[in-house]
Design a protein around this ligand. Structure first.
Ligand code: HEC
Length: 351
């Protein structure tokens, strides 16, 4: 049976829709803007210094230990969330994997629970284990509920208090930031993990990136690419349901709403592919055998975006080059030069 993905996602529907619609990135609007002086904006006066406990058992203070002077990815989760949170954590896990060695040396990941009563240190440790996360570079944090809500509010991620009673309404955006430069952006965690990794690994570092690393680190860091129209459209409209990974992402990250589009331009006839992208609904209706078989294998329906031929061209070109890029990246990883990525992949695969 075919179900509307809003039904599938139950209480989280509003949020997923938000994520699907999130375009580009939004800098925080309700907060002071970056004035160029590192300490003065988004500093200790803005972020509270509450004590949190990590899944590893350590006590960390939010400002001093978690964010001060760091490039960070911060999201808010709760472990009993059945649908969106695991997908989001899986997506974070792929960004983490892509960044490889750089996580921990200069980029830090934090997932803070919004349900601290349930999510004790033990529960979080278990959850981290399930995603193959070790404690050094990515910490799952719990603490006092009100204090955590205040932290969320400072990120602009706390919604209407009444709606927040239902945890599944929580705002699942991901914050990427560099506390010292005051740059913070809110991203959809469903975006292409390569783009999120690029942003964390290069854009956020700005000035200190090149000098702070040996050439090996720098070479294995994700490359900053020119983003084409096709890629732009893909990340806005398609990446909430599709990855292009060829099974190279950890299993859980690949468990998304639609098929992996790695190599799809080779796997499918060109005319078929173009028609599918233009009118997937009509193709299923008209009984196209491939479309019908595919549709019965997936829970959600591919939306008809009314793409024009030019947009379809751009998307096809992007799916082709992205597949090539992924193929090359993993070919070089297995021949030794990108061993960091490889090790992480192997590690995740075991869990
Ligand atoms: C809401 C989720 C969703 C979104 C958003 C989405 N798709 Fe899909 N897509 C699917 C599903 C599910 C299928 C499998 C067929 C079905 O059940 O409709 C699919 C199938 C496909 C296929 C065929 C794959 C194959 O193996 O032949 C292509 C190509 C594709 N989508 C491209 C895109 C592109 C390009 C975009 C963005 C413009 C996009 N999709 C956006 C869910 C989605």
């Amino acid at each position: 049976m075919k179900i509307d993905f809003r039904v599938l996602l139950g209480g989280c529907k509003r949020i997923l829709l938000l994520a699907v619609l999130a375009v580009g990135f939004a800098t925080l609007s309700a907060a002071p803007t970056y004035a160029g002086d590192a300490g003065s904006v988004w500093g200790k006066d803005y972020f509270p210094n509450y004590e949190l406990t990590a899944h590893t058992g350590e006590t960390l203070r939010f400002f001093d230990d978690v964010i001060e002077g760091k490039v960070v990815a911060v999201n808010f989760i709760f472990t009993s969330c059945k649908d969106v949170c695991p997908m989001e954590t899986a997506r974070m896990a792929s960004v983490y994997e892509i960044l490889g060695d750089r996580v921990g040396s200069d980029v830090f990941f934090y997932s803070i629970t919004i349900d601290p009563e349930t999510d004790t240190v033990e529960v979080l440790r278990d959850y981290a284990d399930r995603f193959g996360v070790n404690g050094d570079n990515w910490k799952f944090l719990t603490g006092n509920k009100e204090e955590i809500d205040t932290i969320r509010a400072r990120f602009g991620l706390f919604g209407d208090p009444e709606e927040e009673q239902d945890l599944s309404n929580h705002n699942i955006n991901l914050m990427l930031g560099n506390q010292s430069t005051g740059q913070w952006v809110r991203r959809s965690p469903f975006e292409n993990p390569y783009i999120l990794a690029n942003q964390l690994g290069t854009w956020l570092h700005g000035f200190r990136k090149v000098s702070a690393h040996t050439s090996r680190d720098y070479a294995s860091a994700p490359k900053l690419r020119q983003i084409s129209d096709g890629e732009m459209m893909f990340r806005d409209r398609c990446s909430s349901c599709h990855v292009i990974s060829g099974g190279h992402l950890p299993q859980r990250a690949a468990r998304v709403l639609g098929p992996d589009l790695f190599g799809v331009t080779e796997r499918r006839d060109d005319a078929w592919l173009r028609r599918w992208m233009a009118e997937p609904d009509k193709m299923i209706e008209s009984g196209d055998p491939i479309a019908v078989a595919m549709s019965s294998a997936w829970e959600v329906v591919m939306p008809n975006f009314r793409l024009d031929p030019n947009e379809i061209d751009n998307l096809i070109r992007y799916m082709e080059t992205e597949s090539d890029r992924v193929r090359q990246q993993y070919a070089s990883a297995s021949s030794g030069s990108g061993d960091a990525h490889h090790d992480h992949a192997a590690h995740h695969g075991k869990h």
